[in-house]
Design a protein around this ligand. Structure first.
Ligand code: THU
Length: 160
């Protein structure tokens, strides 16, 4: 029986100081955007920031709802903002950060499954990989070349 193996490479930085200025600025924006989260139910505040090909930087944050499934993650709020304000401009990089109910974030978080699917389709739509910077206020930072790396054997319109 043949067995296929999936693996991917990603960069691990031990601290914020190791990042390039541009990446550090984007991660800082994501951390600040988390302050605009509406997260009264989970108390988990997520912020995302994107750098577009035209140099614009936009942000998003998670927006929850008393009807829990209605809530939207920071990444999808951000992609909706980009699609609306700059429909023809691809994004190069998205930084994702957060803080918890104690105001802390000491390790990177990774996009949820639904956001991975959304990110994948956005990459295909604008025909450019989205580089991801994942990091909290402290701790390690992960950089991933493309959101597609996080969703092997994915489903897309190519399967129709
Ligand atoms: N959340 C995000 O905004 N992005 C993620 O990648 C993971 C989870 C939000 C959804 C919900 O409002 C809260 O974090 C707790 O799950």
């Amino acid at each position: 029986m043949p067995v296929e193996k999936y693996s991917f490479d990603f960069e691990i930085y031990s601290s914020f100081n190791e990042l390039s200025d541009a990446d550090a600025a984007l991660l800082t924006m994501a951390q600040k955007a988390a302050e605009n989260a509406y997260a009264p139910y989970s108390n988990f505040h997520v912020g995302a920031a994107a750098l577009l090909n035209n140099g614009e930087m936009l942000t998003g944050s998670n927006q929850e709802n008393a009807s829990y499934p209605v809530g939207t993650c920071a990444e999808r709020v951000l992609l909706g903002n980009i699609a609306t304000m700059f429909p023809n401009i691809p994004l190069q990089t998205m930084a994702i950060s957060y803080f918890n109910d104690k105001g802390k974030s000491v390790h990177p978080i990774s996009p949820c499954g639904m956001c991975r699917q959304y990110l994948l389709e956005y990459e295909k739509r604008v025909n450019q990989p989205i580089r991801l910077i994942l990091g909290g206020k402290e701790g390690k930072i992960f950089i991933i070349k493309s959101a597609a790396e996080l969703l092997p054997l994915n489903f897309s319109a190519e399967d129709f």
